[in-house]
Design a protein around this ligand. Structure first.
Ligand SMILES: Nc1ncnc2c1ncn2[C@@H]1O[C@H](COP(=O)(O)OP(=O)(O)O)[C@@H](O)[C@H]1O
Ligand SMILES: [Mg+2]
Length: 341
């Protein structure tokens, strides 16, 4: 089968995506597929006369991303409007399926999914609607709250609104400021005072015009994945220092326990909340949900990840492995789910 693995793009999580994408591409080739690893932002400017020759099995060629460093000129051009490089849609249209290894931005907010729907090509993971809902932390939390899945008190903060102060007051201190459509903890910071809040908002604003100010929960970090109809064993993440920020996510400075050492009762509640969130957010295939567990053993759902990391150290593959599902089997399962709709 000819499979395009889409990775890269212009989101701040570009590097993480390139890491997920190259591992997925290698693995799909090991599974016997003809694979092309394609950077969403860079595309393939010099398309050969027979583009199907791009799909191949020679490991030394097709897995190397065309440019691991984002080309600033190309990326700047993309930021003006287009998020897709040359010939991406044409190459996807020639594929039997597209494996999405994108994180954040257009790859996770439904835009790429909608493009693939329009050209009729199957792809892994959630559709455009679920992707849109889950990428928007404000919409996600509204739906969670309505469905009885606890989520910390929050206020959406958009620069042109007049009652922001009033709504932030309801959240109180300490609080967390984060981009409403971010990921990998990029732009997330804490505030204990009004001055810190102003600084935190300034920091987060660099990444998005829509911010969330959320009540800070002191507790343990848990995450739980869903694969098809199965809830995977949760992971507890214990950063050696500080909170679970970008560095602690990717520098190997966090202890990860899988399955998480939590009581059966908490585990049951976690599974129930994750399954409910999966359903109400209209998700498909797989997803990973981040929670905090406070001292009173209350669970708080922070967010849903529709394209969870698939890097060599990522949490989702680790959860699958705890059930005896290898990385190879995981990639194949996700692909087959895409093909079987
Ligand atoms: N309400 C909160 N209370 C305490 N810590 C939080 C809260 N919200 C976020 N965090 C911290 O920031 C991290 C990233 O937040 P999250 O909402 O999961 O966004 P991202 O999409 O960036 O992963 C969390 O894993 C946690 O460490
Ligand atoms: Mg998270």
């Amino acid at each position: 089968m000819n499979i395009t693995v889409l990775a890269g793009g212009v989101s701040p999580e570009r590097e993480v995506s390139l890491s997920s994408g190259s591992l997925i591409a290698n693995t799909l080739a090991e599974n016997g597929h003809r694979v092309l690893l394609l950077d969403l932002a860079l595309g393939y400017p010099d398309l050969p006369s027979d583009p199907t020759t791009l799909f191949g099995c020679a490991k030394d060629r097709r897995y190397s991303i065309r440019a691991t460093e984002p080309n600033p000129d190309l990326l700047r051009a993309r930021k003006d409007g287009a998020v897709m490089g040359p010939h991406v849609a044409e190459i996807c249209a020639l594929s039997d399926a597209v494996f999405l290894a994108l994180h954040g931005g257009a790859g996770e907010n439904g835009q790429v999914q909608a493009m693939l729907d329009c050209i009729g090509v199957p792809y892994t993971g959630s559709g455009y609607d679920g992707s849109l809902l889950a990428m928007d932390k404000d919409l996600t939390k509204r739906l969670l709250r309505d469905a009885g899945v606890p989520t910390p008190e929050w206020a959406l903060c958009e620069s042109d609104e007049s009652d922001v102060d009033e709504r932030i007051a309801k959240v109180g201190f300490p609080c967390v400021v984060k981009p409403a459509d971010g990921g990998s903890s990029i732009g997330v910071s804490f505030a204990g005072t009004r001055e810190e809040l102003v600084a935190a908002i300034e920091r987060a604003k660099k990444y998005s015009r829509r911010l969330l100010v959320e009540r800070k929960i002191v507790g343990r970090e848990l995450t739980v994945g869903i694969l098809g109809v199965r809830v995977l064993p949760p992971v507890e993440m214990i950063p050696k220092e500080g909170f679970y920020d970008y560095r602690n996510k990717y520098a190997g400075t966090t202890e990860e326990l899988c399955p998480a050492p939590i009581s059966e009762e908490v585990n049951k509640r976690l599974s129930e909340y994750a399954s409910r969130a999966f359903r109400i957010l209209r998700l498909r295939g797989y997803a990973r949900f981040d929670f905090l567990l406070d001292k009173e053993e209350r669970l708080w759902c922070l967010e849903a990840n529709t394209l969870p990391g698939m890097t060599p150290t990522s949490l989702f593959p680790r959860e699958a492995a705890a059930l005896g599902i290898s990385y190879r089997a995981l990639c194949e399962t996700l692909l087959q789910m895409a093909l079987n709709g």
